[in-house]
Every structure is written in structure tokens, then in C-alpha cells.
Design a protein around this ligand. Structure first.
Ligand code: NOJ
Length: 565
């Protein structure tokens, strides 16, 4: 340690003191965890049918271990007609044969645990599939029956009930109501017509989901990602409401009603009855961000996805700094830790978003007719963004393929598209298929090694051959090796458990310390000076001169950094 530089002493002392404090405070595993999202149908296909499966995931666990993740989140693999890629569940306790069997799941869980990797599964409580036994029974039962009371059936408006009960629109486009075949009732679906919304005022619904939680907890899962956590309870009057977005988030009487919290408090109590630290993470699209903290109060969920960070529309230092500050302070107010997310299966992949003239320009997907991202610029920014994100205190989510720098498939032809959003809007909203394309593992193999043959449920673009795991493995400077190093150093320097201290910021540059690591990210195009005396741990691009940080580049330093650069 340099005795010449007192400011470094302060930083280092802070860091060495932080780690034991965190341990003493008994931080739970998820507080600083790296959680890797697996979209099962697109991760790895063991049986060659063109759709990824559970044995495929199990076969790749050593890869994930080597990457250095702490936990996996598996998107739905339950019995489903796949109208919304499995977010339409027909049986919550059964594995869809597309993905394997319950034994395959148990094996995956067992092997992941053997490698020290936790597993959280997706819970879809807002709606079932229309092929769920309950909905089938509801359609076969008359209006007013107990079977219908588990869903939101209502009489239509108009002289003969020919109009929907209110003017709500589906998130995927079109009316949020469909007519029950052959009678006067309509049923609510905030998403696709094949995803009828459950009635959370019905005690049977509550009891059923508590039982589903126990079913998976008994098998040993470490937690749940809760789908549409802000949607379960609607304003009981179901009043008319225009579709409205605030801060890029849909608001209205069907979203973020206070009644949802009682449900999560009940679930929290169930999780508490199990050994180990089981957790829940909320998928809650709410605004302002203060509202998100309600979901992570100490008796509710443990985490919520940080969509304010995910949805940032400007590539500039100030925008990032203000969301980082707000996220950290709001989470601290409820004694929670924050999460960081830059990609998932619902949004355009980060390297493509940040390669657009404006990152938020195409929230509903990109096709060949739209602006094509600048691939090199987008990748460069995404790598810099990763160095920023993974240096922040808290927990971070990585979406499969992010570690390869994988771009969106932006020229996928309409005939392949399966997203209900695309189908319901007749292509006006391009949808999310472009971020769900099967992963490329081997450059010289059919389906780029996704499966044993050439089948792949969505075609992979030719450019994916440049991003395969085998082309990046062991290659200095590849995105995969950059992620491996980042995750290793993040752990070694306890960044997830640390504290952020801003050192310097301006329009283009963010500089902060976390423990003994100084982090710099240059959002601009002008080269900036790196602090003299610092030792470069990692940079998002090779640095031609060790004292200079080029544009759209980030670096982690340690050693004798002055207190301000
Ligand atoms: C959020 C999921 O992430 C998305 O993929 C799905 O379409 C909707 N919820 C409906 O379940």
C-alpha cells in the first residue's frame, strides 16, 4: 500500500473494513449475487428438436460455473401451450415435455447446487393459460358459478352485451377482454387472449399459489422471480382508463394497486418457514421508483428488478449517475439492496440498444425496415456499461448471451416471429423475438452448436457465428473473457458488498470508488486521462496508452489513485 498517497489509504481502509462489516451484518446470498437469466427454449437443446431444454441447461452448468455466476433464474418451463413462450402456464407443477421432466429439473437443481449455484424459478401468478384446468372448467360453467369466480368474468356493455365491459387494452395490443364462447360473459386478459387474468380476491386463488410455492420450495429451489408482480390486484370497480405511459411505464387502475402487498407478505412468511435463504424478485413495472421500494420492504420480496436502470434512454454520464444515486438511496430507505439489469427476454439486447442513434428509440423491437444499430459502437458501449454495472454495489442480473456481447437479431423475417405482441398488433409492434434467438456455442456446428442438429426454433443471424463461445473462449479481450475477469475481480474486491463513493463526474465521465477499486467510464468520444499511479485491473477495450481512457470505454483501477482525477 502506498504511504505517499493518503487518499488511497482512506479508500483502502474503507474497503477492508467494509467486507467484514458486510459479513457481520449477515448479508444474504442474494444481496450481492450475480444472477444469470436462462431462457430455457433458447439456451441449449439436448434432444435436437430445435427448442432448448432442461438437460441442455444441465450440460452447460460447468460453463456457467466457470463464468462465475452465483445463481440462475429459469424462465418458465412448465406445461404450457406456449402462446407466450411459457408465460401462459397450463399446469404449475408439471414440466412441459418440450423441456423435459420433473426428474430432469431435480437433476439440474441437484447438479447446480453441487457446483454452489442457486436456482430461482419463474412464478406466473397474474394469469394462467386458457388451457389450465381451472379456465377450462370456467368456460364449461355458467356465469355466476364458483368456477368463473377464479377469473375476471363480466357482462359486456351495449344493448346485448356485445361490447367489452370496459376500455382496457391488452399490453400486447387490442382489447383486454375476450368473449366467453357461446354466452354473455367476457373475461379479462391484460396480455394475450390465451392468458386469462386470475381473480386475486378469490381465496382459492391465494391458497393455490401458496401451495405452488411450497411445491417448488419442497423440491429445493432458492427462490422465485414473480411475473407481473404489479398486476395481480385491479381496482375492484374495473373503471374505464385510457392506456397511458409515465416514465416509459404503463400506469392505470390495473397496475400497482396497494392490495398486492398483502399477497407478498403472505408469501414472505411461507419462504421464512424454509431453511436457507429463499428469496423473491419482483418483476414490477412501476413509477416513480419510490413505488418499487414497496415491493422490497423487509416483510415482502427481497429484490425487484431495477427497470429504471434498464430503460435509460441516453448514453451520458449524468443520466446514469442520477439513476444510480436514486436506486441506491431508495433501496437503502427500506434497508434493501438494489439490483442492476441491462438486458432480459423482453427488451432489445443492450449492444443493439446502445448502437442506435437513441438507445430508447425502438422499445418494441427492431426489424429490417427500421434503423439498424451500429454493431461495433453498440458492443463497445455494452462492454463499457458492463464494467460500470458490475462495479456497482448490490446484485446484478445477466441475460444469457450478454456475456458473449450478443446483439439483437434485427432482421428476423416476419414469418418466423412468434411473439403474441407481433401477432396481436399485426406486426405494428415488432416484438421480442429478436432478443430470444438461440445461443451460438460453436462456430463450425449446425445451429451454431445450440443443439446436435441444425434445428433452431428461431433462425440465428449470420453474424452470430462471430459471437460463439468457442470463438471467444481463451481469446484475450473477447467479451466472454472480459465477463469472466469482471466476475472474478468483482468477487475478489467484494464490489457487490461495497459502497459507492463518487470521485468525479462531468458530462462525459463518471468516476467512483468502490472499496479499493476506482471505476471510470467515459461516455463521450474524447480521450480522457486516467489517474496517474493507478494500476489497471481491467478495461473494456485494450488501452494503447496506460494513461488514457478512450471514448466509450471503462476501466477498473487499483493502487495509488489520487482522490480526484
Ligand atoms: C413478463 C414476462 O417477462 C413477459 O415475457 C411476459 O410476456 C409477460 N410478463 C406476461 O406474462
Amino acid at each position: 500500500m502506498s504511504a505517499v498517497n493518503p487518499s488511497l489509504e482512506t479508500v483502502r481502509d474503507g474497503a477492508s473494513a467494509d467486507a467484514p462489516r458486510a459479513a457481520e451484518a449477515g448479508l444474504a446470498w442474494w444481496a450481492d449475487a450475480i444472477i444469470y437469466q436462462i431462457y430455457p427454449r433458447s439456451f441449449a437443446d439436448a434432444n435436437g428438436d430445435g427448442i432448448g431444454d432442461l438437460p441442455g441447461i444441465t450440460s452447460r452448468l460447468p460453463y456457467l460455473k466457470r463464468l462465475g455466476v452465483d445463481a440462475l433464474w429459469l424462465s418458465p418451463f412448465y406445461k404450457s401451450p406456449q402462446a407466450d413462450a411459457g408465460y401462459d402456464v397450463a399446469d404449475y407443477r408439471v414440466v412441459d415435455p418440450l423441456f423435459g421432466t420433473l426428474e430432469d429439473f431435480d437433476r439440474l437443481l441437484h447438479e447446480a447446487h453441487g457446483l454452489g449455484i442457486k436456482v430461482i424459478v419463474d412464478l406466473v401468478p397474474n394469469h394462467t393459460s386458457d388451457e389450465h384446468a381451472w379456465f377450462r372448467a370456467a368456460l364449461q360453467s355458467p356465469p355466476g358459478s364458483a368456477e368463473r369466480a377464479r377469473y375476471l368474468f363480466r357482462d359486456g356493455r351495449g344493448e346485448n352485451g356485445e361490447l367489452p365491459p370496459n376500455n382496457w387494452q391488452s399490453v400486447f395490443g387490442g382489447a383486454a377482454w375476450s368473449r366467453a364462447p357461446g354466452d354473455r360473459h367476457w373475461y379479462l386478459h391484460l396480455f394475450d387472449g390465451k392468458q386469462p387474468d386470475l381473480n386475486w380476491d378469490n381465496p382459492q386463488v391465494r391458497a393455490e399459489f401458496e401451495d405452488v410455492l411450497r411445491f417448488w420450495l419442497d423440491r429445493g429451489v432458492d427462490g422465485f422471480r414473480v411475473d407481473v408482480a404489479h398486476g395481480l390486484v385491479k381496482d375492484s370497480e374495473l373503471p374505464d382508463a385510457e392506456q397511458r405511459k409515465e416514465n416509459r411505464v404503463l400506469v392505470g387502475p390495473m397496475w400497482d394497486q396497494d392490495g398486492v402487498h398483502e399477497i407478498y407478505r403472505a408469501w414472505h412468511r411461507i419462504l421464512d418457514q424454509y431453511p436457507g435463504e429463499r428469496m423473491m424478485v419482483a418483476e414490477a413495472w412501476v413509477t416513480p421508483q419510490e413505488r418499487l421500494t414497496h415491493y422490497i420492504r423487509s416483510d415482502e420480496m427481497q429484490q425487484a428488478f431495477n427497470f429504471d436502470y434498464l430503460l435509460l434512454e441516453n448514453w451520458d454520464a449524468g443520466t446514469f449517475k442520477s439513476v444510480i444515486d436514486a436506486s441506491l438511496s431508495l433501496a437503502a430507505e427500506v434497508s434493501a439492496t438494489t439490483t442492476w439489469v441491462t438486458s432480459n427476454h423482453d427488451v432489445v439486447r443492450a449492444p443493439s440498444r446502445y448502437g442506435l442513434s437513441r438507445p430508447g428509440a425502438h422499445p418494441k423491437g427492431i426489424d429490417a425496415a427500421g434503423e439498424q444499430p451500429n454493431e461495433a459502437l453498440g458492443l463497445r458501449r455494452a462492454r463499457a456499461l458492463a464494467l460500470l454495472t458490475l462495479a456497482l454495489p448490490g446484485s446484478a442480473y445477466i441475460y444469457q448471451g450478454e456475456e458473449l456481447g450478443l446483439p439483437e437479431h434485427t432482421t428476423l423475417e416476419a414469418r418466423y416471429r412468434q411473439d403474441p405482441m407481433f401477432i396481436r398488433t399485426h406486426g405494428a409492434d415488432i416484438g421480442r423475438d429478436g432478443c430470444r434467438v438461440p445461443l451460438p456455442w460453436r462456430a463450425d456446428a449446425p445451429s451454431l452448436g445450440f443443439g446436435p442438429g441444425d434445428r433452431s426454433w428461431l433462425p440465428q443471424p449470420a453474424t452470430y457465428a462471430h459471437y460463439t463461445v468457442d470463438r471467444q473462449e481463451g481469446v484475450a479481450g473477447s467479451t466472454l473473457e472480459l465477463y469472466r475477469q469482471m466476475l472474478r475481480l468483482r468477487r475478489e474486491h467484494a464490489l457487490g458488498k461495497g459502497q459507492l463513493r463518487w470521485v468525479d463526474t462531468d458530462r462525459d465521465l463518471l468516476v467512483f470508488d468502490n472499496g479499493d477499486v476506482r471505476v471510470l467510464i467515459n461516455f463521450g468520444t474524447q480521450t480522457r486521462a486516467l489517474p496517474a499511479g493507478g494500476q489497471i485491473l481491467l478495461s473494456s477495450e485494450p488501452l494503447k496508452e496506460p494513461s488514457k481512457l478512450p471514448g466509450n470505454t471503462a476501466a477498473w483501477l487499483t493502487g495509488s489513485c489520487p482522490s480526484s482525477s
